[in-house]
Design a protein around this ligand. Structure first.
Ligand code: ADP
Length: 547
């Protein structure tokens, strides 16, 4: 089987698939030609050879030598056609003997060669060659007897069929090869485009001033840009193992508490958490450490968690500026306290004097009220400037919220009238709660003055107080400029001002709501806002009545 297989393989290579040297094919043909003659001679029983087969033998021998030595590489491609045609002529000669008709079978060999080498042209040459060099001479020489006629026709058919079969098989394989080649070309072009895009993306990622990290679903670092490599060198001077959650010189927003493995943004992101503006400090050296704001988003592949992308923004300058601002606010408020205390003291003394006329006493009342207010503002400024915003100090007592709300609306009415804003109140005459009266007044004042401030002329403000079970709900609604969805989350952070407020140059510092929230929460309550841009806003405060 092995020998047979090898022989078949060799024959296949020589005859079909490769372009062998004409000398090799000719040698094979000569061998088969000789075999035919030998078998005819050894088999006996027939007439002795006439001159035909022997002349044919001489012819194939000479062609064999010429085919072996001819400089085929320098000859035109079609020159090789002479070899199979001469072989056919030799076969025609061999069949001159009536006993040599079997040699006609060998015509398949030159036919295959021609079909293989020259395609359809080769088929035509093979058929014509077989007709004019084998079939017609032999029919003329031996006569068109039934046997001879049938053999001749069959030779012609076999030659045509063999050459046609191989030429179309080669045509098909050529077409396949071309398709494959085209496919390879397209693939190479696509790969080149991908490579170009990769290089572009890499260049862009390395240009942006934000550290970028891509995590695999198991938390392994997949890639990072150059900016992030620089952050990693600060946070992990001893190197990083390439997995999410490794602790290093990474600290919480206070700059001193080291982050544990499960607090690391990379670990949280690898667990599928998404977040924004997670502040932390990287590096222990005060001179080189950086403050970073991290955002994370999950990457999903058909709904499944496929990794996470993290962006690290350097906010060091911003954090330092914030600190400077806090320090500035703290020191200014501190400085204001001393003269204010003195004013309060002297106003007190003046109010106690019995000899003052009534109108002066009334004016002193106004001074005292406003000094009180100023005092509170300064205290609030001090409170907000403290970095570690502790809970606000409140002194609770029986407080009539109904009265506070009415007073506040009454005090705000002149401002509302000046602004052309209608204001209405819907509150019980008396509603007792346990709360800090001054702080509660501050809450209502803030919300009402904001509602008027952020509502254009012709708008309305509605203040409503209602009891809801063990809670009391205060609502301040307006038909003003409203607050964009993206601003709503940050509304209660100090110094925050919405884009709309800034654009309209409405005065304010962005402290009122953060203080309001601190007061409400220190009473065990909650504040929330509902708003639509251009339609208006409603702030709702819910407080426990009895605590
Ligand atoms: P300020 O009014 O001094 O700027 P606040 O802390 O009271 O500070 O308010 C913070 C921001 O919230 C304001 O700058 C404004 O953009 C927005 N805001 C507050 N109340 C309203 C309101 N009723 N309508 C629209 N925007 C408001």
């Amino acid at each position: 089987m092995g020998t047979l297989g090898r022989a078949t393989g060799t024959a296949r290579r020589i005859l079909l698939t490769e372009d062998p040297h004409p000398g090799v094919i000719q040698a094979l043909f000569v061998a088969l030609y000789v075999l035919d003659l030998v078998l005819r001679a050894v088999g006996g029983g027939g007439a002795p050879f006439g001159p035909g087969p022997l002349v044919g033998l001489a012819l194939v021998g000479i062609v064999g030598v010429v085919a072996a030595v001819a400089p085929w590489a320098t000859l035109p491609r079609w020159a090789v056609v002479t070899v199979p045609l001469l072989d056919m002529a030799a076969l025609g000669l061999s069949r001159m003997d009536a006993a040599g008709a079997g040699a006609g079978l060998l015509a398949v060999l030159p036919a295959l060669w021609l079909g293989r080498k020259f395609g359809m042209r080769g088929v035509q040459v093979a058929v014509a060659g077989a007709a004019f060099l084998i079939v017609i001479p032999d029919l003329v020489h031996l006569g068109a007897s039934g046997v001879n006629l049938s053999r001749s026709v069959l030779i012609l058919c076999t030659v045509a069929w063999a050459s046609l079969a191989i030429s179309s098989a080669l045509e098909r394989s050529e077409a396949n090869r071309e398709t494959a080649e085209r496919g390879r070309g397209e693939l190479a072009a696509a790969l080149a485009v991908i490579e170009e895009q990769r290089a572009f993306s890499e260049a862009i990622l390395d240009t942006v001033d934000v550290g970028l990290v891509l995590l695999d679903p198991d938390g392994t670092y997949r890639s990072m840009n150059k900016r992030h490599e620089a952050f990693m060198r600060i946070g992990y001077p001893d190197g990083h193992n390439g997995r999410a959650g490794q602790v290093g010189q990474i600290y919480a927003a206070d700059g001193v508490t080291p982050l544990g493995p499960h607090e690391m943004p990379t670990y949280r992101a690898s667990q599928g958490e998404e977040f924004d503006d997670c502040r932390l400090w990287i590096g222990a050296d005060p001179l080189t450490r950086r403050a970073i704001s991290v955002s994370a988003r999950s990457v999903r592949d058909q709904g499944d968690f496929a990794g996470a992308a993290l962006a690290y923004k350097d906010v060091t300058e911003f954090m330092r500026a914030l600190k400077v601002k806090d320090e500035f606010v703290a020191s200014v408020s501190h400085e204001l306290r001393t003269p204010l205390t003195s004013i309060v003291g002297y106003v007190d003394i003046l109010q106690d004097r019995p000899d003052l006329p009534g109108d002066v006493l009334a004016q002193l009342d106004v001074v005292a009220r406003n000094t009180d207010r100023l005092n509170r503002l300064v205290a609030d400024l001090l409170h907000t400037a403290q970095a570690d915003d502790g809970p606000m100090h409140v002194v609770r007592s029986e407080t009539d919220l109904g009265v506070i709300v009415r007073d506040s609306v009454q005090a705000a009415t002149p401002a509302a009238e000046r602004a052309g804003v209608g204001i209405e109140v819907d509150a019980p005459l008396s509603l007792m709660v346990m709360a800090d009266p001054q702080r509660m007044a501050q809450v209502v004042d803030n919300l009402v003055s904001n509602a008027i401030k952020y509502t254009a002329a012709g708008g309305r403000v509605r203040v409503r107080v209602a009891v809801d079970g063990a809670k009391v709900e205060l609502s301040v609604a307006d038909t003003g400029i409203g607050i964009g969805a993206s601003d709503r989350d940050r509304l209660f952070t100090r110094f925050f001002r919405s884009r709309q407020a800034e654009e309209r140059s409405i005065q304010g510092v962005g402290l009122g709501l953060s203080i309001t929230k601190a007061i409400v929460e220190s009473h065990g309550g909650r504040i929330e806002v509902e708003s639509e841009l251009g339609q208006g806003s409603e702030f709702r405060v819910r407080l426990p009545i009895g605590t």
